[in-house]
Design a protein around this ligand. Sequence first.
Ligand code: ARG
Length: 424
Amino acid sequence: MSGERQARTMRTASYEADPDAVERVLLLYSGGLDTSVMLKWIQDEYDAEVVCLTVNLGQPGEDYEVIEGKALKLGALECHIVDAREEFARDYVCPAIRANALYGGGYPLFTALGRPLIAKLAVEYARRSGCDTIAHGCTGKGNDQVRIEATVATLAPELGVIAPVRSWQMGREEEIAYAREHGIPVKGGTEAAPYSIDDNLWGRSSEGRWIEDLSHAPEEDVFQLVTPPRLAPDEAELLEVEFERGVPVALNGERLAIVELLERAAEIGARHGVGIVDHIEDRIVGLKVRDIYEVPAAAILLPAHQELERLVGTIHQNQFKPGLENQWAFLVYAGLWWEPLRADLDAFMERVNEQVTGRIGMELYKGRARVITRSSENAVYDAALASFSESGGLFSQTASPGFIELWSLQSRMAWRLRNEQGAR
Ligand code: ARG
């Protein structure tokens, strides 16, 4: 056994594949450089067959026929292309909307929501195609390895995992040389490494290059989705979002299927420069990094949903929910989609959202999405009660002094105790 092979045999985790037992591998294939090199490398290194799976989560500008052709040309036994946009939108993005999900105050979790679904599909197709192992292209420094491997280990303890990028110790230069040697087409040649991109219908992230220099202001070539605000139209655009039970169902009165609605919202937001987030982030593996996010749909739909929820919720519901939202976002960010607490929290979110039906009007203008109108049959709001006019109905102004006396009782007692006693 070569030293290198021996090193690979040393496994830290129970779910890591035993190299000698790897016979047929399900590779999560994107068609990019890393996973194309991987497709060849796995066949050579493990003397194994490779089945490819490419998942469409609504990432713009992909040509799936080209990806499939490339996989088969590089020796894949089969290449499955799965359109999972609807499942993603319905079962992953909609719960995120009901939970007003943002991690670290700005990241709407599009990648974190996509990974458990991609890994779940990898398990399904691995079983269907008789694979013993799942391979992915994540590095050892990111959150995505956590999300994918935690999912596989949870749903399919019988499958092994390999993550070649973590072990093969090839840099970009070596990968390009390997690709050239093995007839793998390389897009764009050997000039400076491109941004590291991940995207789907809920957003797009860029990492690498100048983004790693915290003092470097964003260069505009990073924005491939959202128009830089200064170049956005001089006319504001109004957009009315209608929700039913916390889920967006119509834009400007037109009912749309969920995938189309998310895509349409993204397109309108992107045109107006809405949804640029320059984010410092605490990764689950301990690193602190900077990401540039373009999240035009989330930047419209999350504030709209939150506003409607505020309108229909009581003070107690509105005070309580953000703590649970934070916990939901953290579990999802941290790769624990399958953790029962996430489902428990979803049950709460769904229950609260039974009331979240109504319409929110947004004004989009040069990078901002601002709520300007609200309406809901479930609003806990009465214009007559809220106005400055006379008492009446459920509200009696003469009751207020009694309320204030009792409401402030303990605070007044404590103040007196601490201040007057202290003075003695
Ligand atoms: N920082 C984000 C996250 O952890 C985005 C990661 C993007 N992933 C990628 N492979 N480029 O979810």
